[in-house]
Design a protein around this ligand. Structure first.
Ligand SMILES: Nc1nc2c(c(=O)[nH]1)N[C@H]1C(S)=C(S)[C@@H](COP(=O)(O)OP(=O)(O)OC[C@H]3O[C@@H](n4cnc5c(=O)[nH]c(N)nc54)[C@H](O)[C@@H]3O)O[C@H]1N2
Ligand SMILES: Nc1nc2c(c(=O)[nH]1)N[C@H]1C(S)=C(S)[C@@H](COP(=O)(O)OP(=O)(O)OC[C@H]3O[C@@H](n4cnc5c(=O)[nH]c(N)nc54)[C@H](O)[C@@H]3O)O[C@H]1N2
Ligand code: SF4
Ligand SMILES: [Mo]
Length: 693
């Protein structure tokens, strides 16, 4: 028997990007563990990836190409050879491309976050073709923009510093479920005497373990930050030296926050005046004592109409109190901007040869698939190639998405590990390899290590890496550029720009051996200003926002679906619904892994006892959740974890594994955020009733 241990990196859309050690016995992966030597992984994996072997060798793994033999969505397929599959795809794409390549659309997101198996060979293929661009905005772009306008880029407090903070605000995040390794650091901070405050409408697993939980209404975070700034200014809990030297627009900010009295803030957020005042005092006073105050701001709060502005307002706080002076102070949304990835080398935009295709927003795929050609829209979408994504389950306004994918005249190819809800709508399904079977290089959005993944085992069945599939398709399409001959290792070797100081020591061959290597970065990035904004300062007033048609100062934008914006809708649908990640799933990945699904049980809806009582709903009963867009059923959990006026359906379930074949995205909308063209999953009003037996 031969036994080896292979170094890998977790490919999933999770800020932690763990370093993996994969045990291989006689060519079969038998165990996946966290690397104990990698500082952020610290030998620990989450429940999901601990089950990686189960997922990889799952009896339902797709092992051959398939051709649909039933109706779209029905899920009936027959195996075909790779040659048949590739010939058929090329034969279908060529005439469409000859008419207008923009009629072809890639649809992909972060099934793998790998720089090689993600958008490298795939983008080269679509660039050469001249296909429509996809605006990959389903997750993080609202907050990204709010953060960027304020402090200049996705740079923030290093997670390896959090254990030294004395006050940590966990704002719109649930790290126990979605950022486990930061939670380990936060727990260490707690042991060292830090106070933890969760700001979340829902008493999440994390909120439960904090010293304090402020349960505001969804979409009101921008107001809470304005109210905090009001108190900080009024009570002079400010670092004037930091403000004078490293910020821009304090005088205007002061005028703006004067309007946001604790009373107005509390009424807007649905919390008490004391909660507003005490939160600001705790934050300001801890900083004033010279102790590090850190904010982990996460994505939960930016999935609403004013999500970008909410992130912007919160991102102003550390500069006001001088929290950036400490390595353990400041704020972290994402660290992805710290990585000097070489997108040009990876994706080869030169292959566009000067063409500028139209852009389709991935959040409006439901409507866009059903749109006819028009001068404003461009050509009708005639073909979609899906990889690293499961739009039928995860995109908002799901019944429209399904209607779009059900179009008989749409040609759909899906590259997948499993027969997902989306794969059911494919004409051709192509089997893809998993992270254990291919090579990749990774950046992360939660820590500061470049990561390498080695292939641990041979591809299962006839599966192929995404890169190889696009290489083969390129040949079939007649593309001859040498860009389509590069191997995965050759691509990975170009992942990071070694002319940039931060990655000057990047070398692919050695990264493959060590698995991980930290960027060259200062511990406290903005201790002495140096913000990468136009003014070089933290911008309380932003001319860029003004130029982009936004309020240049922090403001509050109520949800689309709220009493403030649409009172009639709120009367019909009085409950706000959010559908954040379930701990044992990763978006819709892992829902088909039996042991993980068994832990989640079935789709649930958490509802406050008062809201349940007024509807005659008892704990454990099946309920129907509905609005004008659609409905789905779930089992009610009557619990004060959901604040009054809020219902919570942890997600994202595979539709076909739910009793009614539906999930929470039946009721979410295709409307976009104030900035970043992002989705508004948590800006959703619904009504709930007992389900018909
Ligand atoms: N286990 C697991 N881990 C994951 C994922 C997963 O699906 N499962 N998904 C990964 C991905 S793609 C992402 S983007 C991240 C997301 O990671 P998070 O940002 O942590 O996830 P969310 O659930 O979107 O948000 C977390 C919390 O925000 C709260 N929230 C909802 N609306 C609001 C609001 O208006 N204001 C405030 N203050 N809080 C609000 C929710 O109740 C939830 O508890 O996690 C990644 N990690
Ligand atoms: N209601 C609601 N909807 C949401 C969210 C929510 O909180 N609530 N969260 C949103 C967020 S934050 C995000 S990021 C999106 C995520 O949406 P997606 O990025 O679509 O994520 P997944 O649902 O995990 O689907 C990824 C798919 O990629 C496949 N895959 C993984 N690796 C590979 C590979 O190497 N090759 C190929 N070909 N396929 C691979 C997996 O098998 C999986 O089916 O969902 C969004 N949708
Ligand atoms: S999903 Fe996140 S926590 Fe789990 S192994 Fe991957 S990177 Fe680590
Ligand atoms: Mo995400």
């Amino acid at each position: 028997m031969t036994k080896t241990v292979v170094r890998g990196a977790c490919p999933h859309d999770c800020p932690d990007t763990c370093a993996l050690l994969v045990t291989v016995e006689d060519g079969v992966a038998t165990e996946v563990k966290g690397d104990p030597d990698h500082p952020t992984t610290a030998g620990v994996l989450c429940t999901k990836v601990s089950r990686y072997v189960e997922r990889t060798y799952h009896p339902d793994r797709l092992l051959t190409p398939l051709r649909r033999v039933g109706r779209k969505g029905e899920g009936k397929f027959a195996p075909i050879s790779w040659d048949e599959a590739l010939d058929e795809i090329a034969a279908r794409l060529k005439p469409i491309a000859a008419r207008d390549p923009q009629s072809i659309l890639p649809y992909s997101y972060c099934g793998t976050m790998g720089l090689v198996q993600g958008e490298a060979m795939a983008m080269r293929f679509f660039n050469q073709l001249g296909a429509s661009f996809l605006d990959r905005t389903v997750c993080a772009t609202a907050g990204f923009m709010g953060y960027k306008y304020t402090i200049g880029g996705s740079i923030g407090t290093d997670m390896e510093q959090f254990q030294d903070a004395k006050l940590i605000l966990i704002w719109g995040g649930n790290p126990i479920a979605s950022n486990l390794h930061l939670w380990m650091r936060i727990q260490e901070a707690k042991r060292r005497g830090a106070k933890l405050i969760a700001i979340d409408p829902y008493r999440s697993l994390t909120a439960e373990k904090c010293h304090q939980h402020i349960a505001l209404m969804p979409g009101t975070d921008a107001a809470l930050a304005l109210g905090m700034m009001h108190v900080l200014v009024k009570e002079q809990l400010l670092d004037h030296d930091y403000i004078d030297n490293y910020t821009f627009g304090f005088a205007q900010l002061k005028d703006r926050v004067a309007e946001w009295t604790p009373e107005r803030t509390a009424a807007t957020c649905g919390i008490s005046v004391e909660e507003v005042v005490e939160l600001a005092r705790e934050y300001g006073r801890t900083a004033r004592q010279g102790d590090p105050v850190a904010i982990r701001i996460n994505y939960g709060l930016q999935r609403v109409r004013g999500g970008g502005m909410a992130v912007r307002n919160i991102t102003c706080l550390p500069a006001l109190v001088g929290a950036w002076r400490h390595a353990a102070g400041g704020i972290q949304l994402s660290t992805s901007g710290s990585f000097p990835t070489d997108k040009v080398a990876l994706q080869r935009p030169d292959l566009l040869r000067g063409r500028l295709p139209r852009t389709i927003n991935m959040n409006t795929i439901g409507d866009d698939l059903q749109r006819e050609a028009s001068p404003a829209f461009g050509p009708k979408i005639e073909a979609v190639i899906v990889y690293n994504a499961n739009p039928v389950a995860i995109a908002p306004d799901s019944s429209q998405v399904q209607r779009g994918f059900a179009r008989e005249d749409l040609f759909t190819v899906v590259l997948e590990h499993f027969q997902t809800d989306t794969a059911d709508y494919a004409d051709i399904v192509l089997p893809a390899t998993t992270q254990l079977e291919h090579v990749d290089a990774h950046l992360t959005y939660g820590h500061l290590y470049m990561m390498a993944n080695n292939a641990a085992v041979a591809p299962l069945g006839e599966s192929k890496p995404n890169t190889e599939i696009f290489r083969l398709l390129a040949k079939r399409m007649g593309f001859t550029d040498p860009a389509f001959d590069e191997t995965d290792d050759e691509i990975a070797a170009k992942a990071f720009n070694t002319k940039d100081q931060r990655a000057i020591h990047f070398d692919w061959a050695s990264l493959k051996r060590t698995g991980w290597q930290k960027l060259n970065m200062p511990a406290a990035p903005f201790a002495e200003g140096g913000f990468p904004t136009p003014s070089g300062k933290c911008e309380f007033y932003s001319s860029s926002m003004l130029a982009d048609g936004l309020d240049p100062l922090p403001t509050y934008i109520p949800n689309y679906e709220s009493v403030a914006s649409s009172p009639e809708l709120a009367e019909k649908y009085p409950l706000a619904m959010i559908s954040p990640p379930a701990r044992n799933f990763l978006n819709s990945t892992f829902v088909n892994v039996q042991s993980l699904r068994a832990t989640e049980g079935e789709p649930h809806l958490d509802i406050h006892p008062a809201d349940a009582a007024s509807r005659g709903i008892e704990d454990g009963e099946m309920v129907r959740i509905f609005n004008d867009r659609g409905s789905f059923v779930a089992r009610a959990r009557v619990t004060a974890k959901a604040r009054p006026g809020l219902v919570v359906g942890l997600s994202v379930w595979w539709k076909k594994l739910a009793s009614d074949g539906k999930n929470a995205n039946e009721v979410t909308s295709q409307r976009l955020t104030d900035m970043g063209r992002a989705p508004t999953f948590y800006d959703t009003l619904v009504q709930v009733e007992k389900a018909a037996p």
